[in-house]
Each structure stands twice: as C-alpha cells, then as structure tokens.
Design a protein around this ligand. Structure first.
Ligand SMILES: [Zn+2]
Ligand SMILES: [Zn+2]
Length: 247
C-alpha cells in the first residue's frame, strides 16, 4: 500500500501544509481539503486515475477542493463515473456547491455516483464508523492487497475506533491538541496526541500518524510524539505534505 499525504495540515492552508487529504495507491482519495488538488498535481497523479473519494465530514478543511477536483475531471474529459462516498447529505452538498459556483453546463457530462453513509457499513475494501464530531464524521478502514489503514477524520476520543483500526498497518488519527490543551479538544470534538496513542495501542496497529496539527502548535512536533508515546509503543510519525509511506 502506498499512502501519500496531499494535505497534512490543520484548518487553514499554510505555506508548507495543505488541509487534510490522503491518497491511497494513486486511486483512492480520503478527503480533499484546501490545497490538496495542487499537491495531487505536484505528486504527478492524474485526476483521471482517481476512482473514489471518501469524505469524512462536511467541514470546509476536508472538502474545500471538491469543486476544483470535479472541474479538473470535467475539463479533462473524464468518461468513467467518479464515486463519492461520505456522510448523509454528501450528494446534496456536492451538487449544491457545483451549482452555487456556476459550474458550466457542459461540465455536467461528468458522471458522479454518490453513496451517502451513516456509519457501520462494510463495503468490502472500505469499512466505516461514525465518530464524535460536529458535523457527523465517518472514520474509514481501507484494505487493499492484504494491507490496511484506518483514518479517523476529525473526532474526539472514541474507544470504538480501536475496533475499526484493529491490527491495521497504519492508523492516521486526529491529534489536533496537546495534553495541556485537552479542554480545547473536548470543546471542539478533537483528540489529543495522547488520546490518539491510546487508540493506536488498543488497536495494536504498527504505525501511528498524528494528524491535523494546527499552525499554532508548530514547533511542538516532538512534544506531540512524546505524549502519544506514553500510550503507544509502536512507531509514531508526524508527516509533511507530499510525504509517502509504503508498506
Ligand atoms: Zn478538520
Ligand atoms: Zn471537522
């Protein structure tokens, strides 16, 4: 499995980090936050190669480049349908954004198939779980060629995530805050690095990526890893944009 982080950042784009987006094996995209389309291009991946987009939730930092992505597909004359999966209302959100942004009628030749999910689905390659966040967030487990990853999306500490991530090679978990910011984590339905470590340990994963680090926590990366390491004995990483993990 080849996992490329197109967006490794927080809620807003910075000079070196785009908003959340993860590319799996060049065909499957998890979220498409602000700035991720530019990084997809930079990674040398054609939008035509993408088969599916899995959206965790409808915050702009996770879907900000959705219209740009679909415009790129339409302009490049994509023939085969593109599948978009996400929480309830994903179809409505996509179609209303395309309309509100005056998508030229000729672009509507692009065929999109939608699958609105409520969490708990087993779709073979993809399994889902509703977590704790507002708006509704789905965590995804993806299995391809005998390898597996789990991506939490945005979530407060949520024990059942460990069952979804059980035995995965890689867990990419919300770690927006440090232990001393845990009130903020509870208030905004995000996790601390330590909580991400707890889930990783309970799930028995090989590797943990602490994800969704905010610009104001820049420079504290070692502290994030140290705090997660109090709970999790496996490998802990903080990734950069366009970094690739292969396993
Ligand atoms: Zn977010
Ligand atoms: Zn969010």
């Amino acid at each position: 499995m080849k996992v490329t982080f197109l967006g490794s950042g927080g809620y807003v784009v910075t000079a070196d980090r785009s908003c959340p987006s993860i590319l799996v094996d060049g065909v499957l995209l998890l979220d498409c936050g602000f700035g991720s389309l530019k990084n997809l291009r930079a990674a040398g991946v054609s939008v035509g190669a993408l088969k599916r987009l899995l959206i965790t939730h409808h915050h702009a930092d996770h879907v900000g480049d959705l219209v740009g992505l679909l415009w790129a597909m339409a302009v490049e004359g994509r023939g085969e349908p593109f599948e978009i999966l996400g929480p309830e209302g994903t179809d409505k959100l996509t179609l209303s954004l395309l309309e509100a942004m005056n998508t030229p009628p000729e672009y509507t030749m692009l065929k999109i198939t939608f699958r609105n999910l409520s969490g708990g689905e087993d779709l073979g390659e993809v399994k889902t779980l509703k977590t704790i966040h507002k708006p509704v967030n789905l965590a995804y487990r993806v299995e391809r060629g005998g390898k597996s990853l789990c991506y939490s999306g945005d979530t407060a500490y949520f024990e059942p995530l460990a069952a979804l991530a059980k035995g995965c090679n890689l867990l990419i978990h919300d770690a927006v805050f440090l232990e001393e910011q845990k009130e903020l984590a509870a208030l905004t339905n995000h996790s601390t690095a330590r909580e991400a470590g707890k889930i990783a340990e309970a799930a028995g994963v090989e590797k943990l990526v602490l994800f969704h680090i905010l610009p104001f926590n820049r420079g504290f990366e070692r502290e994030f890893v140290r705090q997660a390491g109090r709970e999790f004995s496996g490998e802990i990483l903080i990734v950069k944009d366009l970094e690739t993990l292969e396993f």
